[in-house]
Ligand binder design. Structure first.
Ligand SMILES: Nc1ncnc2c1ncn2[C@@H]1O[C@H](COP(=O)(O)OP(=O)(O)OP(=O)(O)O)[C@@H](O)[C@H]1O
Ligand SMILES: [Mg+2]
Length: 411
């Protein structure tokens, strides 16, 4: 085992999640650091301004001291000192309270030397306290802002990584889509070639089986005749399948040719219902034709019959015993509408977009082992398209399915 292989494997699978988690953490740290840095910086500015006010009070007090002998200047100096003190106290009430006693005592007796000393030393103590606060506040603000800047740089790097991952994932998706398309093309090509190659030997096998069954190669015992019947039915089914595959290949190349005649829609419906009747009776499904007055249309009788057979046989196949299947053809203006409705399980929304893809069968059809190859609806759609028509589907899980085919009547 490669050392650390497990960890690397985990990281590869969860890379996208890890990037998102890192981006979230870095973003939170950057926001917190920027906020703390901003608040610290704001605090440092406030302390600096207060230091200035303390110094202004100090200067005003010294002025007062010097002008003690001149009553006129003394009055002016006193007003200036009071203003300086009021400003200091207004911005920092605690400092105001601490200096209040010494300041009041001094201004009431400005000439008294010891009182000036007390006020001076109190002012110096405040200035020293503010200087200490600055020494703490400035580096703290700087550190927080540096952390915020580093986090911002990290965020940019993580976003670039995330962008690269998304770009690479997009490229891989495109590669997968192109590969899937190529595989589907190869499959269709392979199926078309094989079907074509199978058709000739199958025709020959069926011809010779007929000769044997008619006794041309000598008399048959009852047992041989029974075995031959099984071989003939299987061969017929095989030819049918090969024909369906050839039809899908033809439709895929856009080369589906139609033999246009006037087609009686009532006969089409009756034939499709008659063909499906044994299977419906077998499973106690009520299969009925609803009256409609569609008249005739110009189309390929064989292909339209095939189209309706597929829809009716699907409705019977995918409806549980005791259900109901209704078939009707009606005319709306110049369009014939064939409708096949059942009371089956319905078609889940996620299956609907693939329903007309060759070989598509729903998960439940496979799970319940309902027989089929998944070509019926592909062929149905190809026949409808070749007639210039459209096909519509209404289905909700649990409440049945209705297919509606619209074909321009053209007669
Ligand atoms: N009436 C319906 N009710 C529920 N599911 C349906 C109905 N018609 C078609 N489907 C679903 O669509 C799938 C494709 O139908 P389609 O007729 O192409 O194939 P199939 O019937 O499985 O095989 P095939 O027709 O080739 O024998 C079916 O396997 C089934 O899952
Ligand atoms: Mg089918």
């Amino acid at each position: 085992m490669v050392p650390g292989g497990r960890g690397r494997h985990w990281l590869e699978r969860h890379r996208q999640g890890v990037v998102y988690a890192l981006i979230a953490v870095v973003l939170v740290v950057a926001i917190v650091a920027a906020t703390v840095g901003g608040l610290r910086l704001h605090h440092a500015v406030l302390v600096e301004r207060q230091t200035l006010r303390t110094q202004q009070l100090d200067a005003a007090v010294l002025e007062l001291q010097m002008d003690a002998g001149n009553p006129e200047r003394l009055q002016r100096a006193r007003t200036a000192a009071d203003a300086a003190f009021a400003s200091l106290a207004a911005h920092d009430a605690a400092e105001g309270r601490r200096l209040h006693a010494a300041y009041t005592a001094y201004v009431q007796a400005p000439a008294s030397q010891p009182r000036l000393d007390t006020l001076e030393s109190d002012i110096q103590a405040e200035a020293a306290r503010e200087a200490r606060q600055m020494r703490v506040a400035n580096p703290a603000a700087r550190s927080a802002l540096i952390v915020a800047a580093v986090m911002a740089a990290l965020l940019v790097a993580l976003l670039a990584w995330q962008f690269d991952l998304a770009r690479r994932a997009g490229r891989i998706d495109r590669d997968h889509a192109a590969r899937a398309e190529e595989l589907i093309r190869l499959r269709d090509e392979f199926v078309a070639v094989i079907s074509h190659e199978l058709r000739t030997p199958m025709t020959s096998i069926i011809g010779y089986l007929e000769l044997i069954a008619e006794g041309d190669a000598g008399p048959l015992t009852a047992e041989q005749r029974a075995y031959l019947g099984v071989v003939q039915r299987s061969s017929d089914r095989l030819v049918e399948l090969v024909d369906e595959l050839l039809l899908v290949a033809e439709a895929g190349r856009g080369q589906l040719t139609l033999d246009l005649v006037e087609v009686d829609t009532a006969a089409l419906v009756t034939d499709a219902v008659t063909a499906a009747r044994p299977a419906a009776d077998n499973r106690e499904i009520v299969l009925r034709v609803e009256p409609g007055n569609a008249g005739s249309l110009r189309g390929d009788a064989k292909r339209l019959g095939q189209m309706l057979d597929n829809l009716v046989s699907n409705a019977v196949k995918f409806t549980p015993s005791g259900g109901r299947v209704t078939v009707r053809a009606e005319r709306i203006d110049g369009t014939v509408v064939f409708e096949v409705a059942d009371t089956g399980d319905g078609i889940p929304a996620e299956d609907r977009e693939h329903l007309f893809d060759a070989f598509f069968r729903s998960h439940s059809a496979n799970a319940r082992a309902v027989p089929g190859t998944g070509l019926g609806l592909t062929i149905t759609k190809a026949i409808v398209d070749a007639h210039g028509g459209t096909i519509e589907l209404h289905s909700a899980p649990g409440s049945g399915t209705t297919f509606r085919v619209f074909i321009p009547a053209g007669v």
